[in-house]
Ligand binder design. Structure first.
Ligand SMILES: Nc1nc2c(c(=O)[nH]1)N[C@H]1C(S)=C(S)[C@@H](COP(=O)(O)OP(=O)(O)OC[C@H]3O[C@@H](n4cnc5c(=O)[nH]c(N)nc54)[C@H](O)[C@@H]3O)O[C@H]1N2
Ligand SMILES: Nc1nc2c(c(=O)[nH]1)N[C@H]1C(S)=C(S)[C@@H](COP(=O)(O)OP(=O)(O)OC[C@H]3O[C@@H](n4cnc5c(=O)[nH]c(N)nc54)[C@H](O)[C@@H]3O)O[C@H]1N2
Ligand code: SF4
Ligand SMILES: [Mo]
Length: 702
């Protein structure tokens, strides 16, 4: 198919941000990527990742044809095959597993929030397997979404786009100037701070965002719930809460007040390391200098007390009335219909077979927002056949060897499979173990709808593909082709049919919206005033009955991280420092991008950040190669010594592998944060989350 030369509007989706872009196409190639100035979300800006797109799209290592493995797993020996040969064989083998050991013995995995997200779920549902996963979910976003739904009846995101600017912004475990993730983009956040909003950052590092804030609260990783509970107590006891809002629109105030009675400033300072006066100042400003945005990040979810940590932080909005008001946190407005994931196609008996569903009710059970399998349980089943054999795994844009905890356990699980299929742009360490590697299209090579902000949408964009590279295919089309070969329900619906269906509520087709590019909803505030909140009580549930009915605590509480200097002093004797992993970097999206010369030149090595005194204690200087060790293994990192991190804490990059290496594990275990993390219990009882921030480690100079 030939694409017209010239300029095309598109939307970058390398991260979750969705910056509007202008693509220059010449001779069928994307020759230039520039920002498109008209988007109210990206404000005519793009980051270095998006601008480096042609580097990766036309990289000589890019997968451009389907490949079949011919040597043993791990040998890296592949031969090119046609799409027809690859998909016919994959379909035949999936059909065999379905007959022999049931559809649940086939699992699907995908990376974080990409265009094919809901199509993967659709395929799983129609194939009849309850076992699909995404490496975020339990550890990323499902706690924030579920808690918002339970507490105020919908997800909220900062009102960075309205006419009233926020006066205070509380960034909690979140660095949006770098991660620009889901609720907002980096550029409007920067604009709000530059425009005079007072920033407060709760973060063990003085992050790029924290540096632009008036107040930095460096806390010991994993102790966020203690800080939030003490802020709740201060806001109540000092009388800083919004009395009218609390009286009219909340339920459970007295129970909450009783629950936090012991969470004094002195207690919180001892637990978190945050000076009591700074905690009080943060609480006062957030509560009184309104409107305030509370912009929260993934750091509060990556621990086995994620439900109660996220609840504690979430309640600050309810107490202060910073909900659905201009310049505060506002509910989204869905312009388009949900992606048809054909949930009804999944047989009822399959639900009970979803791995982890019996235990983690808000991850996999019937009350879950987007029911999925528990990753540690699923990989355990691959390794051991307990509770049953999981024999095949189809991965779309996911590199679990790099991004899932316990990397060595993941490796054993992948090796034990009868069939591993990986669709990606590059031969990753995970793909190198596959039976089939399928070449996927990049964002300029696909048709898609983009709702922004991603999880609290107020606008929808559409863009068409403007180029193709080799035989690469959009993942939805790969899945539809497989579905057709397997005779699955809905297989005859084309992607355009689906996108047209989604756009019915606004009376447009995909083509019509692609011509127009963007449609935006009118902002609306304080919808609760006459209708109440969309919770069973129609109020903000400070104490949440739905949680008690599921057997969980209706009120928030703090639990010491399971591997900490306090809870595991024996371990701390050998591993005296607190480890946190995965703070985002501007150049890379998780494990992507190391192939780009431009990005790699800016950030050539995996970094471990540590404070000046901590480094001196272990004889480490800035730039030294060091070993970072946990009770589970050791990796190499380059030390970044600075004043911008709490002493006693080590913060390491995640997602590292070395595409330039000749061997086919690509150094996957050498500098991989997840060699140090654990996927063993304890897990959060509702979501199954595990600890990625707030473990123990030791460091030594190499
Ligand atoms: N230790 C530690 N581990 C973490 C985290 C942490 O903070 N610390 N964070 C966790 C979180 S929150 C998340 S969400 C996960 C993310 O985990 P993943 O989603 O697995 O991470 P990525 O590396 O972004 O994606 C994997 C692959 O997707 C490919 N890819 C990118 N775009 C496309 C596409 O359009 N199509 C296809 N087919 N492939 C594509 C990339 O080439 C890459 O190889 O990591 C988790 N892992
Ligand atoms: N450039 C880039 N952007 C990304 C991604 C990427 O890989 N690269 N990934 C995307 C994804 S999937 C996600 S989930 C988001 C995540 O983006 P954010 O939610 O912003 O999360 P992070 O940058 O991982 O971490 C935010 C901050 O938490 C701090 N932190 C570490 N441990 C703790 C702790 O225990 N408590 C507190 N309060 N803070 C802590 C870190 O120092 C860091 O500065 O980013 C998205 N955007
Ligand atoms: S912030 Fe995200 S969406 Fe925007 S240009 Fe960068 S990678 Fe692309
Ligand atoms: Mo994530």
């Amino acid at each position: 198919m030939a694409f017209p030369d010239g300029e095309h509007r598109s939307v970058c989706r390398i991260c979750h941000g969705g910056c509007a872009a202008r693509l220059t196409v010449a001779g069928g190639r994307v020759t230039r990527v520039r920002p498109w100035p008209g988007s109210p979300f990206s404000l005519g800006r793009m980051c270095v990742k998006g601008l480096s797109t042609p580097d990766l799209m036309y990289h000589p290592d890019r997968l451009v044809r389907p490949q079949k493995r011919v040597g043993p797993r791990g040998s890296g020996k592949f031969v090119p095959v046609s799409w027809d040969e690859a998909l016919a064989d994959i379909a035949a083998r999936l059909d065999g597993f379905r007959r022999e050991t049931g559809p649940e013995s086939v699992a699907l995995g995908q990376g974080t929030g990409r265009h094919h997200y809901f199509h993967v779920i659709r395929f799983a549902n129609t194939f009849g397997t309850p076992n699909w996963y995404e490496p975020g979910l339990a550890n990323c976003f499902i706690p924030r979404i579920t808690v918002s739904n339970l507490t105020y009846g919908g997800f909220v995101a900062g009102d960075y786009y309205g006419e009233v600017p926020p006066k205070t912004i509380l960034f909690w475990g979140h660095n949006p100037l770098v991660s620009g993730p889901d609720g907002e983009l980096a550029f409007p956040v920067k604009r709000a701070l530059a425009g005079g909003a007072y920033g407060i950052a709760v973060d063990p590092r003085r992050s790029e965002t924290a540096r632009r804030c008036g107040l930095w609260l460096p806390l010991r990783p994993g102790t966020d719930a203690a800080l939030a509970l003490s802020m709740i107590r201060a806001i109540i006891e000092e009388g800083w809460y919004d009395k009218e809002f609390v009286a009219t629109h909340t339920t459970g105030f007295d129970d909450l007040r009783a629950r936090v009675a012991g969470c004094t400033p002195a207690w919180a300072e001892a637990v978190t390391g945050v000076p009591a006066r700074d905690m009080l100042e943060a609480a006062r400003r957030y509560a009184l200098d309104k409107p305030s945005i509370l912009d929260w990040g993934v750091a509060i979810e990556q621990n086995p007390n994620s439900l109660q940590t996220v609840r504690a932080v979430a309640l600050l909005r309810g107490l202060t009335g910073n909900l659905d008001v201009p310049g505060g946190d506002v509910f989204g407005h869905d312009l388009v219909a949900a992606y048809p994931v054909l949930r009804q196609a999944l047989p009822p008996d399959a639900l009970g077979k979803r791995i982890g569903a019996d235990r983690f009710k808000l991850l996999g059970g019937f009350r879950a927002f987007m029911p999925s399998a528990h990753i540690p349980g699923l990989f355990h089943a691959m390794r051991t056949g307990d509770p049953y054999r999981v024999r095949a795994l189809l991965l779309f844009g996911n590199n679990p060897l790099a991004t899932v905890a316990n990397a060595r356990g993941v490796y054993e699980a992948l090796r034990a499979l009868d069939l591993l299929v990986v669709a990606d742009h590059f031969l990753t360490p995970t793909a190198a173990l596959a039976d089939y590697v399928l070449p996927s299209a990049f964002w300029p090579e696909i048709d898609q709808l983009i709702e922004l902000p991603l999880v609290a949408p107020q606008a929808v964009f559409a863009h068409r593909k403007v180029a193709t590279v080799g035989e690469c295919r959009q993942n939805e089309l790969i899945l539809s082709d497989l579905a057709r070969r397997l005779g699955l329900p809905g297989a005859d619906e084309s992607l355009t049919d689906i996108l047209d269906q989604r756009l019915k509520p606004i009376g447009l087709t995909f083509d019509a919206l692609a011509d127009r590019f963007m449609v935006r909803a009118e902002p609306a505030y304080r919808r609760y005033a006459d209708k109440g909140f969309r919770t069973p009580s129609r109020k903000v549930e400070l104490s949440c009955k739905a949680l008690s009915r599921l057997g969980y605590d209706p009120l928030p509480s703090f639990a010491e991280p399971p591997e900490s200097p306090v809870s595991a002093p024996g371990v701390a004797a050998d591993f005296p420092l607190v480890l946190t992993t995965g703070a985002r970097r501007p150049e890379y999206f998780h494990s992507d991008g190391r192939q780009s010369p431009r990005l790699r030149a800016r950030r050539p090595d995996p970094l471990a950040e540590l404070g000046v005194k901590t480094a001196a204690k272990f004889g480490i200087a800035d730039g030294d190669w060091i070993r970072v060790k946990s009770p589970r293994g050791a990796i190499r990192m380059r030390a970044k010594v600075s004043q911008d991190i709490m002493e006693g804490v080590v913060s390491i990059d995640h997602g590292w592998w070395f595409p330039e290496r000749g061997s086919f594990d690509f150094g996957a275990f050498e500098s991989n944060a997840n060699v140090l993390t654990s996927d063993a219990p304890p897990y959060d009882p509702a979501f199954g989350s595990y600890q990625l921030r707030g473990l123990l480690c030791a460091v030594e100079k190499e």
